[in-house]
Design a protein around this ligand. Structure first.
Ligand SMILES: [Zn+2]
Length: 184
């Protein structure tokens, strides 16, 4: 599920309006997306350039729509959005093999550029959730002023917040609300 996490990380960096109580600025989001891709073990061997910027943001918006459709239970829309991304970015099962290393199953060509690799792997990972009836594990943060998506890996699918920070914010705002409602 590492690719679902990386997909949601970049979608959150680039396509949502507020995160953890703060508005997300476009430029800052792009910087974060590149930092996240550069730091991730799945993608850090790729060269990142500013030429990829627009492509990355436009794929992220399409994957955002697919994630939203999954959460809304509209799997037909999700399937259509994912199929077009899979086809357009050349998603293909491929054994990345090198001498002295165990071959590794990927869903992008070994020489794919970073945006294509991220798009193909992200769409494949989401398609896997759709095809194996696991889309209930995708969620969107319930805290105020946060639109972040997350993958719920708890056993009973009980997660409601993107992060501990949002969970704590929601808890203290519920507490303040309770104090306000109490008669003095
Ligand atoms: Zn949140």
């Amino acid at each position: 599920m590492a690719w679902v996490d990386l997909c949601l990380t970049v979608v959150n960096d680039l396509t949502i309006e507020s995160r953890q109580g703060r508005p997300v600025a476009d430029d800052a989001g792009l910087g974060e997306a590149f930092a996240d891709l550069a730091a991730n073990v799945l993608t850090r061997r790729f060269e990142l350039s500013s030429a990829h910027v627009d492509d990355l943001a436009s794929v992220a918006r399409r994957l955002h729509l697919a994630v939203e459709a999954c959460i809304a239970g509209d799997l037909l829309t999700a399937a259509f959005a994912l199929n077009t991304v899979l086809a357009e970015f050349g998603a293909v099962p491929n054994l990345h093999a090198a001498p002295g290393q165990a071959p590794h199953l990927a869903f992008h060509a070994a020489d794919a550029p970073i945006v294509d690799a991220w798009a193909a792997e992200s769409a494949t990972a989401l398609a896997f959730l759709v095809g194996t009836r696991q889309t209930h594990r995708l969620g969107q943060c319930s805290a105020d002023a946060c639109d972040a998506f997350y993958l719920d890996s708890t056993k009973n699918a009980s997660r409601r917040f993107c992060s501990l920070a949002c969970q704590n914010r929601a808890k203290s705002s519920a507490y303040r609300q309770k104090r306000r409602d109490q008669p003095r």
